[in-house]
Design a protein around this ligand. Structure first.
Ligand code: CAA
Length: 391
């Protein structure tokens, strides 16, 4: 049978042998190292340092780091395959493993050779973490409203302000911090810096207690008169907003892939349970009310994955994928929420109980509609790309 590739359209859904091997590695890791501890780590909000170390050892951390720095130089599709499988295991533990991409990507995109060589290779040598310190207590969706300031003083900047909901912040060795160097300039006054977590004046204010993805450390940070050499500024003053947006364009497909993994896990549990659960003398899977829910789950998971792969593929071609990344993030996050909610429904009273797996998946799914831009922000980005397209 002729494939799309063979007929020259350039569209192929087939993974290469290398990609299949990577997916299998991530799946096996999720099955053996993540799933067995997921419920316990969720209950106690345990930081999964041991699982992170194992993921690092088998090469599942930082796959995106460039090969000239000793990294694997893998792109969006590889990141999506890893993200889906690890989140199929547990999105709380998986987020702790994969979130380095957010902290590191601004350096890959905008760092000088010297900055990249100083900060990125250590991530390959040891399982150390870095965080993307963008969000603030009063600036979440509205990035241009960032209040943290960086005031130039000779060859240094002095940073003051607070950050909120920062993934891995309580465990990170360094942060990519976004601060305003010119308040009057709004988004054009934002600038990015690399700040080590042990710099004087940096405090992890609070480890936050979350509804879901509880194995991921999420913390609030404070910066009080933190002195940062100008050599740790990424790009020029005023480029921070664009660096943040370009980073999110690259990371949203991987996060969307994680949502697909959570949805797939809930779907598999729902299928198995509806085959086994007997009511009115027959498995509940016989009922159209149940099997239509399952049919919709399957179709929407598949559609979400295709959107993820499209966005990731475009990024791998070096194309701008703002629109496609937001399609993927919006659709996959909302799909994860819907599928996990329907899985709880299929399990009925058991689904609402903590001893069954779908309750955790529903709590975990909710965060995909919030972090890396809410589902409403993704719609805003999509609408702007339709009505006010940028070059
Ligand atoms: N790439 C490059 N440039 C971009 C861009 C992109 N994707 N998006 C916007 N820009 C440019 C625009 O062209 C414009 O350029 P000019 O200055 O030359 O005019 C400039 O940036 C401002 O753009 P907008 O007018 O669109 O800016 P806005 O203030 O209206 O905000 C927004 C746009 C899309 C709402 C943005 O604020 C946004 O993405 N908000 C959501 C933030 C977010 O996702 N936070 C998540 C934090 S990270 C996290 O959650 C991760 C975690 O810890 C797990």
């Amino acid at each position: 049978m002729a494939t799309a590739e063979a007929t020259g359209t350039g569209v192929s859904f087939a993974l290469t042998e290398e990609q299949r091997a990577l997916r299998d590695l991530a799946h096996e890791f999720a099955e053996k190292e993540i799933r067995p501890v997921a419920a316990e780590y969720d209950e106690h909000q345990t930081h999964p340092a041991d699982v992170i170390a194992k993921a690092h050892e088998v090469g599942l951390m930082n796959p995106h780091l460039p090969d000239e720095l000793g990294g694997a130089g893998l792109g969006g599709i590889a990141g999506a395959l890893i993200g889906e499988e690890l989140c199929w295991g547990c999105s709380g533990i998986a987020t702790s493993i994969v979130a380095n991409i957010l902290g590191a990507l601004p350096l890959v995109l905008a760092g000088t050779e010297e900055q990249r060589r100083e900060w990125l290779p250590p991530l390959l040598e040891e399982p150390i973490l870095c965080s993307f310190a963008l969000t603030e207590p009063d600036a979440g969706s509205d990035v241009s409203g960032i209040q943290t300031t960086a005031v130039r003083r000779g060859d240094e900047y002095v940073i003051n302000g607070s950050k909120m909901f920062i993934t891995n912040a309580g465990r990170a060795s360094w942060f990519t911090v976004f601060a305003s160097t010119d308040k009057a300039a709004g988004h054009r006054g934002l600038t990015a810096f690399v700040v080590p977590s042990d710099a004087e004046g940096v405090t992890v204010e609070k480890h936050l207690d979350k509804m879901g993805q509880r194995a991921t450390d999420t913390s609030a940070l404070a910066f009080q008169d933190v002195v940062v050499p100008a050599a740790r500024r990424l790009g020029e003053e005023g480029q921070g907003f664009k660096i943040a947006m370009q980073t999110l364009d690259h990371t949203r497909p991987g996060t969307a892939a994680g949502a697909v993994g959570v949805a797939r896990a809930a779907f598999e549990h729902a299928v198995e349970y509806s085959r086994e659960r007997v009511q009115f003398g027959q498995p509940i899977a016989i009922n159209q009310g149940v099997n239509f829910l399952v049919a919709d789950m399957a179709a929407e998971i598949e559609a979400a994955r295709l959107l993820v792969w499209q966005a990731a593929w475009l990024l791998d071609q070096g194309e701008r994928a703002t629109l496609q990344s937001s399609y993927a993030k919006r659709f996959a996050a909302d799909t994860a929420m819907k599928v996990t909610t329907d899985a709880v429904q299929i399990f009925g009273g058991y689904g609402y109980m903590k001893e069954f797996p779908v309750e955790k998946l529903m709590r975990d799914a909710k965060l995909f509609q919030i972090y890396e831009g809410t589902s409403q922000i993704q719609r805003l980005v999509i609408a702007r790309e339709i009505f006010l397209p940028r070059d």
